[in-house]
Design a protein around this ligand. Structure first.
Ligand code: TRP
Length: 378
């Protein structure tokens, strides 16, 4: 069964509402331009699916604060968010089918995160490997509270827009699992408010960095960006890590796990060329230089139309900003409605309403007493 089938099932099981329009949520922290790892991990799925859903894309600046929160980091958010949205549009998201929003512009999400945080334990969150890795990455010795709550805030993002499908990379799979648990737990305890979101996993292998490290990432300096010019791509590919045991073109090489071949596999649109290169590589009949030249050519074939669209979109000044403003307003509206539903389901609304009724009754009684007194000519 596919991930999408699970989502539909969970919605169909929600007893007291008709079927919801399918919603998709995905997005990134505004830490820099998007690279090939983002593309393979989730952007490709977003592009493939976004017209079939009501699609929301978050610029997760509150999530960024869990590891990067200096005034200088925060000051860069605007430029980075604009770059990310530009990259996504250039890569193929249609602005007519995409709602881009700034997380900190929708503060009700933080309220939902707080409400959900009573439904998950600290050890459950401490076991999530991606969080431990982020602590290490940020050079921290201890876990900041906000970082431990990262998956809960992400669950709030997902549930606040009632997303049914969440395409994310491997690092985020455990966070979507937390969102699924929280949706079920909330619904069971307080009544059905949230559809249980489904993970949409990447359908290609994880993309290693150009240096052969397991992950492509800006902070590791091993990324090829969607906006890199052709010469930059050629230079990065020339320096790429390949089979270290291969000291000359005549030595048979290993294709499996070799980053150059993983990139060929994911991005080269000429499968016959890839098959031929693999065969000759294994037989010691092709030099690394040729394999890399063909990879550069393939990557540039893939990136050329993206570069063209990016340049055209960037020339349209204020476009991205306008999309983010409109998207943040639209999302704000959705989220306020969902959080009000959650508060009502929990009974929080009733508490204040009860106080209001009693206070009104008292005011009315006071007014009545005042009238009675004034009737006595006091
Ligand atoms: N955690 C994502 C990242 O690694 C960003 C994110 C925040 C997100 N909220 C989300 C992704 C909701 C998908 C759905 O940058």
């Amino acid at each position: 069964m596919t991930a999408l089938a699970i989502a539909t099932e969970d919605i169909a099981a929600a007893p007291d509402r008709g079927p919801l329009p399918p919603r998709m949520l995905s997005g990134d922290r505004p830490t820099g331009r998007l690279h090939l790892g983002h593309y393979a991990g989730s952007l490709a799925n977003r592009i493939r699916l976004h017209r079939r859903y009501q699609s929301f894309f978050i610029v997760a600046d509150l999530h960024m604060l869990t590891t990067k929160n200096s005034p200088a980091d925060i000051a860069e958010t605007g430029q980075r968010a604009a770059d990310m949205v530009l990259d996504s549009l250039a890569a193929g998201l249609d602005p007519a089918h995409s709602v881009f929003y700034l997380q900190s512009g929708v503060p009700e999400v933080a309220e939902l995160s707080l409400l959900l945080s009573s439904l998950v334990t600290v050890p459950r969150l401490q076991r999530i490997p991606s969080l431990k890795e982020m602590v290490r990455h940020a050079g921290q010795r201890e876990m900041p509270l906000a970082l431990l709550g990262y998956p809960v805030l992400q669950a709030a993002d997902i549930l606040a827009v009632k997303a049914t499908a969440v395409p994310v990379g491997r690092d985020n799979a455990a966070h979507v699992e937390v969102a699924r648990e929280l949706a079920r737990r909330f619904n069971r305890r307080y009544g059905t408010v949230f559809p249980v979101p489904a993970l949409v996993p990447a359908d290609v292998p994880a993309l290693p960095g150009t240096d052969g490290q397991a992950k492509m990432s800006k902070s590791l300096g091993n990324a090829i960006y969607l906006s890199d010019p052709p010469g930059e791509v050629a230079a990065k590919v020339r320096r790429m890590y390949t089979d270290p045991a291969r000291t000359s073109p005549g030595v048979p090489g290993t294709v499996e796990g070799n980053p150059v071949f993983i990139y060929h596999e994911v991005f080269n649109d000429r499968p016959a060329e890839v098959a031929d290169l693999k065969e000759r590589y294994r037989a010691g009949k092709v030099g690394d230089a040729e394999v890399k030249e063909k990879l550069t050519a393939a990557l540039n074939r893939f990136l050329d139309p993206i570069r063209e669209r990016r340049a055209a979109l960037a020339a349209d000044q204020g476009l991205v900003e306008e999309l983010i403003v409109a998207g943040t307003e639209r999302t704000s509206h959705e989220v306020r409605r969902t959080v009000a539903e959650a508060r009502a389901a929990m009974g929080l609304t009733r508490t204040l309403a009860g106080f209001r009724a009693a206070a009104r009754a008292r005011a009315a009684a006071r007014a009545g007493a005042g009238e009675a007194l004034s009737g006595q000519g006091v």
